[in-house]
Design a protein. Structure first.
Length: 436
C-alpha cells in the first residue's frame, strides 16, 4: 500500500486495529453460540461482550510483542484478549482453528472493500452517463488501427465506457457474493470439535453465507475469481485512460485532462500540459492486475491446508483493493472535468478531404450496378490521391471528375453520400440500449 495512491476509508479496512476487531467479533460470536449450545458457560460470552462494550483500544504493539515470542498471530491475539478480559476468556476459540478466524476475517474485509468499490463504480457510471448524454451528437472521427475510419460521436465513446463499467459492476456484485463465506469448521474442516450451528451463527451475525465444505481453509478459487474481477475492472480503467491519452496528443487534441490554475506540466518546458492522471491510471491498472496470477496460484494448496497463500493475501488483499479504489475515484474525476473540444473534433473529421465517406460511395456504386471489385477500385484510386495530397484534395471533387464514377452516380447522388448526419441515425437506438 502506497499512501500516495490510497484513500482513508478503504485503507481503514486493512488496518491492524480493524483486523483485530473483526477477529474479536468472530471469537465472541462463536463463544456466544457455544454458550447457547451449553458447551461453555454463558458468563464467558457475556464477559467478552461486556469488555467490548467499553470500546477498548486495541493495543497493536502489545499483540505484536506477544507474537514476537509465540511466532503465531492468532495465539498472540487470544493471549492479549485474555489478559484484558480475565478468566472467562479461556472459553474463547473452543474447537476452532486459526483459519476459522483468518479466513472469515478476510471474507469480511473483502466484502467491505467490495461495497466501497461498488459505490465507486456507481459514481463513475453517473458521471459517464452525464457526459455521454452531453456529447451524444458531438461529431468526431472513429479510428481503427489509429487511422481515421468513419464518423462517430464523442457521446458514443463514453457510452461504450458506461456499458463496460456496468458489466464491471455486475461482475463485482457476483464476486462479492462468492467471496462472502464463513468457515468455522475446526481442524481439517470436519466440525469434529465444534458444532456447525456455531458457524451458522457467526455467519449470520457477520452477514456472510456458510461455506458448504471447507478443508480448514475456505477454497481459494473464490479468492482467485475475486481478484480476477478486480483485474478486469483495472483493464477497463486503462482502456478509457488510454483513449484520453491518445485524444490529448498535440496532433489530435480533441479532449484533455483538466489543467488547474497553477498546475505545472514540466520542470523544463513551461508550455506542457501532460495527461499525467491517465498515465498514472495506466500504471495503477498494471498493479491491480498483478494480483490476479498470485491469487490463482493460491488455489492449489497442500491437502487440507498449508499457508503458502497467507503471505500472498497479506499483500494483494490491501494493495489491490486500495489501488483500485483510488483509481476508480481518479478516473471519475478525469471524466467529470474532461475538457472536450468539438471544434477540433470537426477539424480532424475534415482533415483528410472527405475520405471518411468512402464506404458510402462504395456501397452506392454497387447498388448502382457496378461490381464490388470495380467499385472498390474506383473509390480507392481517388482516395489514394487525397491521401497522398495530405488531405489537400477533395474526395468528392475527384469522384465528380471521374467519368467511370459519374457514369453510375449523379453529382447529386455523390453529394448525398458525404452527409455527416447519416452516420448518426442510430445513435438514439444505441443510447436506448445502453441507458435503458
Amino acid at each position: 500500500m502506497v499512501p500516495r495512491y490510497s484513500r482513508p476509508e478503504m485503507t481503514a479496512i486493512w488496518s491492524p486495529e480493524t483486523r483485530f476487531a473483526i477477529w474479536f467479533e468472530i471469537e465472541a460470536h462463536a463463544t456466544e453460540a457455544l454458550a447457547e449450545l451449553g458447551v461453555v458457560p454463558k458468563a464467558a460470552a457475556k464477559a467478552l461482550w461486556d469488555w467490548w462494550a467499553t470500546k477498548p483500544a486495541i493495543d497493536v504493539a502489545a499483540i505484536d510483542a506477544i507474537e514476537a515470542v509465540t511466532k503465531h498471530d492468532v495465539i498472540a491475539f487470544l493471549t492479549w484478549v485474555a489478559e484484558q478480559v480475565g478468566e472467562e476468556a479461556r472459553f474463547m476459540h473452543q474447537g476452532m482453528t486459526s483459519s476459522d478466524v483468518l479466513d472469515t476475517c478476510l471474507a469480511v474485509q473483502l466484502v467491505r472493500a467490495s461495497d466501497i468499490l461498488i459505490a465507486d463504480l456507481d459514481k463513475l457510471l453517473e458521471v459517464l452517463e452525464r457526459r455521454a448524454k452531453e456529447h451524444k451528437f458531438t461529431p468526431t472521427i472513429g479510428r481503427s488501427h489509429g487511422i481515421h475510419a468513419e464518423p462517430v460521436t464523442f457521446g458514443l465513446k463514453l457510452a461504450e465506457a458506461y456499458a463496460e463499467f456496468k458489466r464491471a459492476r455486475k461482475r463485482l456484485v457476483a464476486a462479492r457474493e462468492d467471496i462472502a463465506t464463513c468457515a468455522i469448521s475446526g481442524a481439517v474442516g470436519t466440525f469434529a470439535n465444534i458444532d456447525p450451528r456455531v458457524e451458522a451463527h457467526v455467519a449470520e451475525k457477520l452477514g456472510l453465507a456458510v461455506e458448504p465444505v471447507s478443508t480448514q481453509v475456505i477454497p481459494r478459487d473464490r479468492h482467485a475469481m475475486f481478484f480476477a474481477t478486480l483485474g478486469v475492472i483495472a483493464s477497463s480503467i486503462e482502456r478509457l485512460a488510454v483513449e484520453v491519452r491518445h485524444l490529448q496528443r498535440t496532433e489530435v487534441l480533441e479532449a484533455e485532462e483538466y489543467f488547474s490554475p497553477g498546475q505545472k506540466g514540466s520542470s523544463a518546458m513551461p508550455h506542457k500540459r501532460n495527461p499525467v492522471l491517465t498515465e498514472n491510471l495506466t500504471g495503477l491498472a498494471r498493479m491491480v492486475r498483478s494480483a490476479t496470477i498470485p491469487a490463482m496460484e493460491n488455489v492449489a494448496l497442500w491437502h487440507e491446508r498449508d499457508i503458502s497463500h497467507s503471505s500472498v493475501e497479506r499483500y494483494i488483499g490491501p494493495d489491490a483493493t486500495i489501488t483500485l479504489d483510488f483509481a476508480l475515484a481518479r478516473l471519475t474525476g478525469v471524466v467529470d472535468k474532461l475538457l472536450v473540444y468539438p471544434a477540433r473534433m470537426q477539424k480532424n473529421l475534415d482533415r483528410m478531404g472527405g475520405l471518411v465517406h468512402s464506404q458510402r460511395v462504395l456501397l452506392a456504386l454497387t447498388q448502382a450496378g457496378v461490381s464490388r471489385e470495380d467499385s472498390y477500385r474506383l473509390v480507392q484510386r481517388n482516395a489514394m490521391k487525397v491521401w497522398e495530397s495530405d488531405g489537400e484534395l477533395s474526395l468528392l471533387e475527384l469522384l465528380k471528375a471521374d467519368p467511370e464514377v459519374t457514369a453510375a452516380l449523379s453529382v447529386e447522388e455523390l453529394e448525398d453520400k458525404f452527409d455527416l448526419g447519416y452516420h448518426f441515425k442510430q445513435v438514439d437506438t444505441i443510447f436506448a440500449r445502453v441507458f435503458a
